[in-house]
Design a protein around this ligand. Structure first.
Ligand code: FES
Ligand SMILES: [Fe+2]
Length: 385
């Protein structure tokens, strides 16, 4: 058996130090943000283009495409995308749009197969997106088949997710994008978890939703009956990795470490890590052998989103007790997110245009939000205010 990692010990030590002083990691000053950053439709379109469509984005998990010859078709930000794990085991992504006259080739959903026939005139594409055959080819006239394959998107698998850039023609190097954060993500071993449940949760606007994933300030008040039972409110240990961040919460049991020598610590039982990849992926180990992965997809305007929520278990639950534990976890995170965070978010969304606030104010104790909004400013390149 391996002992706890140096990282876990260090994080528990830092969290405990904050707990002793009844404090938290802090930004230098409170940070105001104009409410127009949440409302302005022109700004929204600009930021979605720059922060979501032109950057590598987690759109799915590797474990969703199990084995070879598997696929998932879905709309991401209204763009039809087909992800295929081909016979060679490589995941590739394509615009799910026929190169004849533009029909959606594969209906949204998951399945197995190596050939995809367009339902309109039966052009057939293979697992690499190449145009493999055409109905009535002899009557169609000349065309260069090699130029009529599905439009491929840059796609790679790394550290658990499938990363795609939605804009054709934009390449990326995932190591450049994740930098040192890749090592942190790899410690989670996401590929090897069991997928217990997946669901889409409608929510209010992108920034309203995501703000809630980046602080513990609300845990004691909003989540007192769910996840707040386990976490210390208003305590975060905060680390940034370029645009990405790791946020460490203390569990209520953290104080137990005060009475134990460090060499006896099982630190992972007393802290809770959130790995937040800019702009839309959050991985949070909430309770023991369970993990919540959330991928946020902004809607057509600044007031709606869909969050794909994955509930993972370290191993497939088999015994009654294991199934009950996994179901219990699944239910509590659903309640916390849908019935508490997003219900609260909808009230925020409704009040945005009321004129009550010209700015929101992120406290010194909300460094995760401050960092996120600075990164939106950096990558979103909005200069219209
Ligand atoms: S649009 Fe797909 S075959 Fe015609
Ligand atoms: Fe929350």
């Amino acid at each position: 058996m391996t002992g706890p990692s140096e990282t876990s010990i260090t994080l528990a030590r830092r969290a405990l130090a904050r707990y002793r002083e009844r404090g938290t990691d802090q930004a230098d000053t409170p940070m105001p943000l104009p409410v127009s950053a949440y409302l302005d439709t022109e700004r929204y379109a600009h930021e979605i283009e720059h922060c979501f469509k032109r950057l590598p984005m987690a759109i799915a998990l590797s474990l969703e495409l199990e084995g070879t010859s598997t696929y998932r078709a879905m709309k991401i930000l209204d763009t039809p995308v087909l992800v295929v794990r081909g016979r060679d085991g490589v995941a590739r992504a394509f615009l799910n749009v026929c190169r004849h006259r533009g029909a959606q080739v594969v209906p949204d959903g998951t399945g197995t197969g190596l050939q995809f026939s367009c339902p309109y005139h039966a052009w057939v594409y293979d697992d690499r997106g190449a145009l493999a055959s055409m109905y009535g080819e002899s009557t169609f006239g000349a065309l260069e088949r090699s130029e009529r394959g599905l439009r491929e998107l840059t796609c790679t698998e790394a550290a658990g997710p499938i990363w795609v850039c939605l804009t054709p023609g934009i390449a990326f190097d995932i190591d450049d994008w994740l930098c040192d954060f890749r090592i942190e993500l790899e410690t989670l071993d996401l590929e090897n978890w069991h997928l217990h449940a997946e669901r889409d949760i409608p929510g209010p606007g992108w920034k309203v939703v995501w703000d809630g994933y980046l602080e513990a300030y609300h845990h004691n008040s909003l989540h007192q009956d769910t996840v707040g039972k386990f976490t210390i409110g208003n305590l975060v240990v905060h680390d940034t990795y370029g645009p990405h961040q790791r946020i460490t919460f203390g569990r209520k049991s953290l104080k137990d470490l005060m009475d134990q020598p460090e060499e006896k610590w099982a630190p992972d039982e007393h802290i809770r890590l959130i790995h937040s990849v800019f702009p839309n992926l959050s991985i949070s180990g909430v309770l023991g052998d369970h993990c919540l992965v959330s991928i946020l997809f902004p809607g057509p305007g600044p007031d709606t989103t869909v969050t794909r929520q994955y509930v993972l278990a370290a191993q497939e639950p088999k015994t009654e007790e294991q199934i009950a534990a996994t179901e219990g976890f699944s239910n509590i995170v659903l309640r916390a997110v849908r019935d508490e965070d997003y219900a609260m978010g909808f009230t925020i969304q409704r009040g945005l245009a009321s004129g009550a606030n010209e700015t929101f104010l992120f406290g010194r104790n909300e460094p995760g939000l401050q960092h996120y909004h600075r990164m939106v400013a950096r990558y979103g390149c909005w200069s219209g205010d």
